[in-house]
Design a protein around this ligand. Sequence first.
Ligand SMILES: [Zn+2]
Length: 452
Amino acid sequence: MKSHKLIATILTVGMTIAAYGQVNFDDYFMPRTMRLDYYHAGDATHEHFFVDEVIEEPYWAGNKSYLVDERNMGNHQFRVVDKASGKVIYARGYNTLFNEWQCTPEAKVTAKAMPEGVVFPYPKNDVVVEFYTRENATGKMHKRFAYEIDVDSYCIRKARPTLSAMDIHYTGNPANRVDVVIIPEGYTEAEKDKFMEAAKAFAEDILYYAPYAEYRDRFNFRAVWAPSEESGVSIPGENLWRSTTLDAHYYTFDSERYQMFEDYQRVLDIAANVPYEIIYVLTNSQKYGGGGIFNFYGISAANIPGAATRKTYSHEFGHLFAGLADEYVGGTEMSDLYFANVEPWEPNITTLTNLETKAWHELLPKKFEEKDIDHKGWELNPQNPKTPDYNEKRPWPVGVYEGGGYLQRGVYRPWPNCMMNWFHRIDVYCPVCQEAIRETIRLYVGDKNDTN
Ligand SMILES: [Zn+2]
């Protein structure tokens, strides 16, 4: 624990709040969506943004008092700046598949581009959208790109709903709800009923575990019907290719269970048919796999029998919605993600560089000391046959268990196991993940007493 770093962090956070603050929605925005599409390109060490187009979409589902996110989360951030005043009027952190790809061996030998986009409420006056990327080795954000938008330009494409949509679980005003849009992948025209059943099960499965269950009446789930030409999902490792709406496939970055798609703009087009904040894609597959990327999209196979489907949904939703890190060890080829002297921004892993700044620190049962670290924590590794059965001693005290963020050493997690770890052996999020999810829900719903 290095207390001088704690002081530095508090000062930085204080300055951030003073510099941004929240703005009044009606002063700056109209209740529609502006979307800025771009191509995210580069290799392991270079990054470029190329503008594609600006689109006006009909709905805005976001809370009107949660405009500038001050939590310093995400490997990327975008900020919408009012051109006339220079004031930041909207900001979000997010992750991207492109950024993950930059950590793969392939990125060391080639360059690549992926289509992406960001959405924000429609500004009344001209804005500049700024893009920032976090440097993993220092944890610092660097401005990479800025694009000025004339809000009255006739070049802004006007998108209108073209696909049919269904309420799956509707509880009220989108401005005070977490609005989840469920999108099908690999369901043909004839499989609409099958998708609808899967979408209903998905909503119930997300609302099954604490703390989501406590906020049942603060979630809206809607489904958009976007059928695929062929049934099922592509599996490159088995030479199985299918023509589907999003071109999702397993074996992303050479990892069999990593079922993802690269064209984020295509899923944004589909999502825009309803008011939404969170995008989850259900794939017509019985093969285990999926992924969730913070404030980007979540995806997983819908047809796996038993509890594995519900747990997979919940795990990926934890990444997507609350920016939770994987608490497990191994399981990925990606390197250069976490550095020993940089505190990860994710709420549920630490390098002990700045644990004091996390909500986790408040949940520790007593004043934390070096001797309290569980250095055997890394042994709870799904690939390790000698894994101790920690389940016997539940509930565990919140602690600091070594092993997390794919690394055996130097990264620590709050509980021996958690829904964000080896979830086949557990059915609950650790208290630190629960608190992070609650905090996120509160941001999306605003005043809980406003029940309209
Ligand atoms: Zn956890």
